[in-house]
Design a protein around this ligand. Structure first.
Ligand SMILES: Cc1ncc(COP(=O)(O)O)c(C=O)c1O
Length: 407
């Protein structure tokens, strides 16, 4: 078991923040995670002691920044088991998915081709594809969810046609939290020569993801959902696919030379995708986050979250007024209090110092499937404790108070 009490001391927000005068129970980790002191220190160190741009100067400080910056690329490559050249720094999962959609999709999808998505995807993994479909004349089609709301191979097989060219799907959905069996799904899709884009925003922070073992074509994720700073993301792409991807931004840093006839000679991959000054402090902070997570261990992180979730579900089952939509998943807990607006419930949680999310969680197509407009979401991370869950469940028990507030 993780020593959660010790771990919590690494997170200043858990020590300092109060909501409504109460110590914080932070259960909105699906939106973003808190940052440990070592990540904050790495950022402060860059601004306090280094300061120079990356990839620019021939002086010592600039070289040091370069080494730190490129060192983080290697850490990311080690994390997901790829070559460092296959790691592109972006501003987040949304940016990474847009880079695949516009940089790869626009050039390789044609009229009549089919892009498969599904109703549980985040807007960041639907809207870019809608736009690319409009621009290329390709069609958006949906893989049916099973009765729990999960993607299973059988339904993938049903949705694929000879026109299917690309499938975009989250390894773990941000609302229902089911982990899909990527290995078997990707093996099937590859047997049909279909490119697979994986949204790893809710998987990479919580478990070991090996892009080679799973044979992922493109993988997108965000630093801020794994103890790192906001404004940094990763796009992993197999080199053969990155070679077929156009940059979506042009400018300084990405070109080797250009002339007045508008001929541009781009730099090597991945530099050609990273025009402009990057989020240097953010990338360096992300490096510290990866070291920190590795020091705790992804297996231990995943195990702790699963055990804590099981504990939460066993407690919630004793509360009649609670509807849980995804009892068997391993991700966030999607729930409602019977007969009460999710927003009202979220305000009551707030009064008790507990941060949970309510709404449609950017997965606007899923709520038709769930037959409700809004859900609450409690998303856990390895610094959450049994005491956090107990305080959370105590608020759920106050179902009658919600009802008084509503009627
Ligand atoms: C599954 C999923 N995809 C994409 C995103 C977008 O991530 P970002 O806002 O960091 O770009 C999120 C964020 O909540 C998410 O949960």
């Amino acid at each position: 078991m993780l020593d959660v009490e010790k771990i919590r001391k690494d997170f200043p927000v858990l020590q300092n923040a109060k909501m409504q005068g109460k110590s914080l129970v932070y259960l909105d980790n699906g939106a973003t995670t808190l940052k440990p002191q070592c990540v904050i220190d790495a950022i402060v160190n860059y601004y306090s002691n280094l300061g120079a741009n990356a990839h620019r100067g021939d002086y010592d400080l600039s070289l040091e920044v370069d080494q730190l910056f490129e060192g983080v690329r290697t850490k990311v490559a080690d994390l997901i088991n790829c070559q460092k050249e296959e790691v592109v720094f972006t501003s987040g999962t949304t940016d990474s998915l847009n880079l695949v959609a516009y940089g790869y999709g626009l050039g390789h999808l044609n009229e009549g081709d089919e892009i498969l998505i599904n109703y549980s995807e985040h807007a960041s993994n639907t809207l870019p594809w809608f736009e690319v479909a409009k621009k290329t004349g390709s069609k958006i089609k949906y893989i049916d969810l099973d009765e729990q709301g999960k993607i299973i191979l059988e339904n993938v097989k049903k949705a694929v046609t000879p026109n299917t060219k690309l499938v975009a799907l989250a390894q773990v959905s941000n609302v229902l939290g089911y982990e899909i069996d990527l290995k078997e799904i990707i093996a099937f899709l590859h047997s049909k020569n279909i490119v697979v884009v994986v949204d790893g925003a809710q998987s990479v922070p919580h478990q070991k993801v090996d892009v080679q073992e799973l044979d992922i074509d493109f993988l997108a994720f965000s630093a801020h959902k794994m103890c790192g700073p906001t404004g940094v993301g990763i796009l992993y792409g197999k080199m053969s696919l990155l070679e077929m991807t156009n940059p979506t931004r042009y400018g300084g840093g990405s070109n080797a030379r250009y002339d007045k006839e508008c001929q541009i000679k781009l730099k090597e991959i991945p530099t050609r995708f990273e025009s402009g000054t990057p989020n240097i402090a953010g990338v360096i902070g992300f490096g510290a986050a990866i070291d920190y997570l590795n020091s705790i261990g992804f297996d231990a992180i995943h195990k702790h979250e699963i055990e804590l979730r099981k504990y939460a579900i066993s407690k919630l089952k004793q509360v009649d007024k609670v509807i849980v939509y995804n009892e068997n998943s391993t991700g966030p807990i999607a729930f409602n209090i019977k007969g009460v607006f999710a927003q009202d419930v979220a305000s009551l949680f707030n009064k008790e110092g507990i941060a949970v999310r309510n709404g449609n969680h950017c997965a606007k197509l899923l709520h038709n499937f769930l037959n409700t407009n809004q859900t609450l979401r409690a998303s856990l991370y390895f610094y959450n404790s049994v005491e956090d869950i107990d305080r959370f469940v105590e608020v759920c028990k106050k179902g009658d108070e919600f009802l008084d507030a509503f009627f």
